[in-house]
Write a protein that binds this ligand. Sequence first.
Ligand SMILES: Nc1nc2c(ncn2[C@@H]2O[C@H](COP(=O)(O)OP(=O)(O)OP(=O)(O)O)[C@@H](O)[C@H]2O)c(=O)[nH]1
Ligand SMILES: [Mg+2]
Ligand SMILES: [Zn+2]
Length: 287
Amino acid sequence: MEGIVIRGLGGLYEVLRDGRVYECRGRGGLKRDRNILYVGDRVEFDQGAIGKILPRRNVLPRPPVANLDKLFIVVALSDPLPNLYTLDKLIVISEHCGIEPVLVLNKTDLEDPLSVREIYSSVGYPSFSVCAKTGENVDLLRDLMRGRTCAFAGLSGVGKSTLMNALAPNFVRQTGEISRKLQRGKHTTRAVELYPFEGGFLADTPGFSELEFSPCGLHDRSLLADYFPEFEPYSDDCFFRDCAHGKEKGCAVRAAVEEGRISRSRYENYLRMYEEIGPLRPWETTK
Ligand SMILES: Nc1nc2c(ncn2[C@@H]2O[C@H](COP(=O)(O)OP(=O)(O)OP(=O)(O)O)[C@@H](O)[C@H]2O)c(=O)[nH]1
Ligand SMILES: [Mg+2]
Ligand SMILES: [Zn+2]
């Protein structure tokens, strides 16, 4: 039988098939092949044992979830102020993993979304302005989720839980102060769970504010510029073929920034990510 893993806890997995949940264990062979089971995996199972993982479309390793269709990246327009570095980083990670990023600008009751919106629409990323508090435009998100497996990402306090509550009341119980008290320290390690939603699934993924590059396999910073599509029209004109678009002589990307044709905030975040990824370690160079 074929089903989808919606929950995992201590070697036990809940597999959903035709609206019924089966408790299963991973068969020994799976572990021998170093196949780790992820929530979101489509699997073949029989009599309480998962025998095979079907090919994955993608994987986000931490928090671990497979086969996401869309990642809703939430930014608050105010309280807290928009953190465009985290936004740009989450876009890069989601593109690198092969998951479609959807930008959600929340708290329109506090601040106008126009300036943030402009930066991203010019790159080609449409954004959705919503107010989780009043429910304004939340239906637009629900339409995008229909039949898909989706998750929310974004820093603490941007309104992910409030948004999920607005989408599906009683879905998430913890918002605001309560969740902040429960989330001790930086690394909340609550397991990912998938909830059936609008013919697809919604992932409850509390750790998605802490995404890092290296677990996602982005070690080679020379690939980073590929995830900044607005650089593409200029990078052929850089003096050096392997230009990193930093302080190099004759960098056409930097010139485009100076001329206001590329957003300065996007460019600066690119440079910061480039530093954050760092040079390849010796053991990473031979592939
Ligand atoms: N004014 C306003 N406040 C909002 C809106 N959405 C959420 N909030 C408030 O922002 C605070 C944080 O919201 P949460 O939903 O808990 O944020 P979160 O992203 O889930 O945060 P973590 O769980 O810590 O990652 C709460 O006090 C919410 O009431 C909104 O659209 N407008
Ligand atoms: Mg929350
Ligand atoms: Zn350049």
